[in-house]
Design a protein around this ligand. Structure first.
Ligand code: AVJ
Length: 347
């Protein structure tokens, strides 16, 4: 084979691998959408909010006057940066679960001079690489070891941090997207990843006045509505559906009994939509449940963490007590995965 032929073969292989990758992601999206919309009640996983358009809308949400979590958490981290630095194991690797643009991490990195490495874990490989390059320029003395992975599933830490003590960072109250039992399973998983002696810093949104909560998810400029409706626009863009987005409406309310904000997309009318050849019927007013955002008290989250094998060391809040940052540590062995209730063989 000539060098040129070999070269072109490599090129076409790369292209077809890229295609497989893309169609694999789209196929997974299609399967999750069909499964969710065939379920009763209808639902869609919130992780699909964050395509390019959705990520930009989320950035705008964080700047809204009604959306207090981001401002409150940045305030707490800035105020407590020195305390955080003191609580970190010396020479530790800081592992961030779902790092995004690492905006909040920079506050910690600037203050914690004793860190040896930063391991941002994010599902978006391309964005992760760009962010790591920027961080390398800003923090030339810190080893930047990005890991492209779904942080909620098991993943391997880079070999070069195997011998280092670890600290974890999980800001933004992303933990509120999990059902409480899933949040507990995630905290156990994080304990296994971080290991003995680890410190874990977790941002958690707090239960508060219902009006404040509801306004944060029903902003005047309707950016949150656009963020929610973008899920349908994304289905149209990526799965070639023809959903009339204007026939759906953003609903967000605080479910006090379950202590969570629920977001839904409600169909104004009875209608049938078609996605990848599948027909989905809506009754007038029927909703798609698109997100839960659980709110905890400082005590209820502490109890959840303790139940998952962590020791609560400190909890900080903003002056209005809208948001909390928890510091957890792992004293003993990381917990073994909780045994699943097996179906006993009868007979
Ligand atoms: C990023 C999941 C924490 O629940 O407040 C913001 C997402 N949804 N507005 C949240 C969100 C609607 C956000 N989290």
């Amino acid at each position: 084979m000539t060098a040129l032929a070999r070269q072109s073969q490599t090129a076409s292989q790369t292209v077809s691998e890229a295609k497989i990758e893309v169609s694999g992601e789209t196929a997974a999206f299609a399967a999750d959408v069909i499964a969710g919309l065939s379920a009763m009640p209808k639902r869609l996983p919130p992780k699909y909010f964050y395509d390019r358009a959705g990520s930009e809308l989320f950035e705008r949400i964080t700047e809204l006057p009604e959306y207090y979590p981001t401002r409150c958490e940045i305030g707490i981290l800035t105020e407590r940066a020195q305390d955080i630095a003191r609580l970190m194991p010396v020479g530790a690797a800081l592992v961030e679960f779902g790092s995004g643009a690492s905006t909040k991490t920079r506050i910690v990195l600037h203050e914690t001079k004793s860190l040896a490495a930063y391991v941002p874990v994010d599902i978006s490989a391309e964005f992760l690489r760009q962010q790591a390059d920027a961080l390398r320029r800003e923090f030339p003395d810190l080893a930047m070891l990005p890991v492209a992975a779904d942080f909620s599933k098991p993943f391997e830490l880079p070999a070069s941090v195997h011998e280092l003590p670890r600290a974890g960072f999980f800001p933004g109250s992303t933990i509120g997207n999990f059902e409480p039992h899933e949040a507990s399973a995630f905290l156990r998983h994080a304990a296994r990843v971080l290991g003995r002696g680890a410190t874990f810093i977790v941002g958690v949104d707090l239960v508060k006045d219902t009006q404040v909560l509801q306004h944060a998810y029903n902003d005047k400029q309707r950016v949150t509505a656009a963020f929610n409706l973008n899920l349908l626009a994304r289905i149209n863009r990526e799965l070639g559906a023809k959903i009339d987005v204007a026939t759906f409406e953003h609903h967000a309310f605080f479910n006090r009994e379950r202590s969570r904000i629920e977001m839904h997309l409600a169909s104004h009318k009875r209608q049938r939509i078609k996605i990848c050849g599948e027909c989905i019927d809506f009754r007038a007013g029927e909703t798609i449940h698109t997100e839960n955002s659980y709110k905890y008290t400082a005590e209820s989250f502490g109890a959840l963490a303790r139940g998952a094998g962590w020791m609560p060391m400190a909890v900080w809040t903003d002056p209005k007590k809208y948001f909390s940052v928890h510091v957890l540590t792992l004293k003993d062995e990381p917990p073994a995965p909780r045994p699943r209730p097996d179906l006993a063989t009868v007979g």
